[in-house]
Design a protein around this ligand. Structure first.
Ligand code: GLY
Length: 429
């Protein structure tokens, strides 16, 4: 099977790496990719994922048996539709189905019709006056949840007990021309559950937990994600099944009913409260950085799994097999991230094409001064992955891998998965 992955981050590196291990996969191409992915795939730099014409032209040239679209922006822009119109098998939802991430209002409507538990929400458009904004803020909180209702890659959310900060974020999002969604705060630990969805067929992957705040102990601003671990030792034993039955299947069925069936990866971001799961948000693609950990434990070769979704035969796929134990991924971020990442800094200990190690590259570029060398080129520079029989061991391996890499000025969280190891994650009574 010849495969083409669209995207350029650590998630796409993880997908490409897993595809490269699948004996049925003969070629892995990534567009545009990044130089850190070069060891496991042929890169096609210069192709922007959201440029449907360029992606289709590349697909015509490569004639892949499977195209996997990683990020949400091309999905929301309808790149999967453009490829399907040309007869390509695509892993990723149509533009219409990708609204589950692209439009919070659409997602809320689907959940309301499907009877799925989620936060109460109110939209505040960019035309609202300061008085209207303050009145809306006072109908919520504390704690306030203020979301950018555009595509913000997980970075557009402010969760704060500070009313002034909440009002300010509304103004900031409006200044960027986007509407805001105010939401009631959902209490309880967060869960990311990724489900393969093919119409009404839903197959869950392992549950994971992301760490969104930039600093240890969940301090500092939200980021795109600073690390993740999987599975979740504190989740009730029927936790995954409950999320599938109470959230993902009803949503998948509702989308079929509304004429926009979902095909691809439905990412349910949830809070596990006293009554069980409630939806914080949906995404229409694999999550980053959880995917890097989750795919590290997937034993079933991934090419056949993704192709089954793309070809509409997920219901016939045998149950997925998983490695025992745990996986942890830790993000090494550039100095200044998330506010103003410093780029162009040489990275020691990770080189272009290091595909086989527990490193997944994201914001990196070739170092013009060192052949094969890399420099930082984005906020989240790379991920390291550790796997172990226990979560403690997986953490130790990930941090040991991180010790072998040096990014001057870079930073990472030292507590990924630690609260779970120490039994400090409690489900509210
Ligand atoms: N893990 C956050 C995201 O993928 O949006």
């Amino acid at each position: 099977m010849r495969t083409l992955v669209i995207g350029n981050g650590a998630r796409e590196h993880a997908l490409a790496y897993s595809l490269s291990l699948d004996p049925s996969v003969t070629e892995v191409h990534v567009a545009p990719g990044n130089p850190g992915i070069g060891g496991v795939a042929t890169l096609h730099p210069g192709i922007r994922g959201e440029d449907a014409a360029a992606v289709v032209a590349l697909a015509r040239e490569l004639t892949p048996d499977l195209v996997v679209i990683g990020p949400e922006i091309p999905l929301v822009a309808g790149v999967a539709d453009a490829l399907r119109a040309e007869g390509f098998a695509v892993f990723g939802p149509s533009g219409s189905a990708a609204r589950i991430e692209g439009s919070k209002a659409f997602a809320k409507g689907i959940m309301a019709s499907a009877g799925v538990k989620t936060a109460h929400a109110e939209a505040v458009g960019p035309g609202a006056s300061d008085e209207e904004i303050r009145a809306a803020i006072d109908r919520f909180g504390p704690t306030w949840v203020v979301k950018d209702d555009g595509l913000a890659g997980g970075k557009g959310v402010v969760v704060t007990p500070d009313r002034t900060a909440a009002v300010q974020h509304v103004h900031d999002v409006h200044a960027a021309g986007n509407p805001v969604l105010l939401e009631s705060f959902l209490d309880g630990p967060e869960v990311s559950l990724f489900c393969l969805v093919d119409g009404e067929t839903v197959v869950p992957l392992l549950p994971a937990q992301d760490h969104k705040r930039v600093r240890d102990n969940d301090e500092g601003p939200n980021t795109g994600g600073m690390g993740a671990y999987t599975p979740l030792p504190w989740l009730p034993t029927d936790g995954v099944q409950r999320i599938v039955d109470e959230v993902c299947v009803p949503v998948a069925k509702q989308m079929v009913k509304e004429g926009c069936p979902f095909s691809g990866l439905l990412y349910a971001g949830l809070a596990w409260g006293s009554d069980g799961p409630a939806v914080v948000e949906f995404n229409c693609r694999f999550g980053d950085p959880e995917t890097q950990a989750v795919l590290d434990l997937l034993k079933t070769p991934i090419g056949g799994v993704l192709a089954a979704v793309a070809n509409g035969t997920l219901a016939d796929l045998p149950p997925l097999e998983w490695e025992d134990g745990y996986a942890v991924t830790v993000v090494l971020a550039a100095g200044g991230y998330p506010e103003a990442p410093v780029t162009g800094v040489p990275i020691e200990g990770a080189a272009a094409g290091d595909g086989g190690r527990g490193v997944r590259a994201a914001g990196v570029a070739e170092d013009p001064a060192r052949e094969g060398g890399l420099v930082s080129a984005g906020g989240r520079v790379l991920n390291v992955i550790g796997r172990g029989a226990t979560l403690e061991e997986a953490r130790a391996k990930a941090y040991a891998e991180l010790e072998t890499i040096d990014l001057p000025g870079g930073h990472y969280r030292s507590d990924i998965g630690l609260a779970a190891v120490e039994g400090r994650i409690a489900i509210p009574e």
